[in-house]
Ligand binder design. Sequence first.
Ligand code: IMP
Ligand code: MG
Length: 191
Amino acid sequence: MPDVASVLYGRDDVRSRVREIGRAVTADYAGRQPVLVSVLKGGIWFLADLIRAIDLPLEVHFLAISRYGDAEESLGRVQILLDLDVDLTGRDVLLVEDIVDTGLTCRYLSSVMAARRPASFEVCTLLDKSVRRIAPITPRYVGFDCPDRFVVGYGLDFEERYRNIPDILQVNDIDALKADPDVLGAHLSEA
Ligand code: IMP
Ligand code: MG
């Protein structure tokens, strides 16, 4: 029987890929002072590592959103719970996401940001679950492709658990995880 979850991208792969993205952002935004916007909570682990790999003056701002119903059924019905406290007019905005799945969240946030007249708007996501895409979102920066599996770790949660696993795990047996949400505890002790 396969393990309930297995390592999809280990911490060393994540670290080196984040550095590569940081170098790309540094080159692309040279001479500018980008505003990095992160969505609470899942994006902040990636953001924290990414900003330390960007060799530019930059700003970091957060927003919090809620989705109606569960992710499967929410169909992009997203609401801003905590808004940015920065004027985006004329700024170079980079939205930093943990994962783009259906793309509905990202599409909603893109339209909200675009209405604030930034000079530019791009999306940077650690994981791209492109096979599940409903909204036509093409992130400018992608850390890794993500298979059509539920993933946890490095900020990504299952019912608020497992954000603190340093690796990105793919769940092989989602029913086992739903039946016992603590079943992946062994991965925490390796942290
Ligand atoms: P989207 O609107 O379908 O693109 O959903 C994006 C959000 O759903 C992400 O920011 C995550 O919070 C959550 N999400 C999507 N797939 C996963 C996953 O495999 N693991 C954990 N959270 C996920
Ligand atoms: Mg979540």
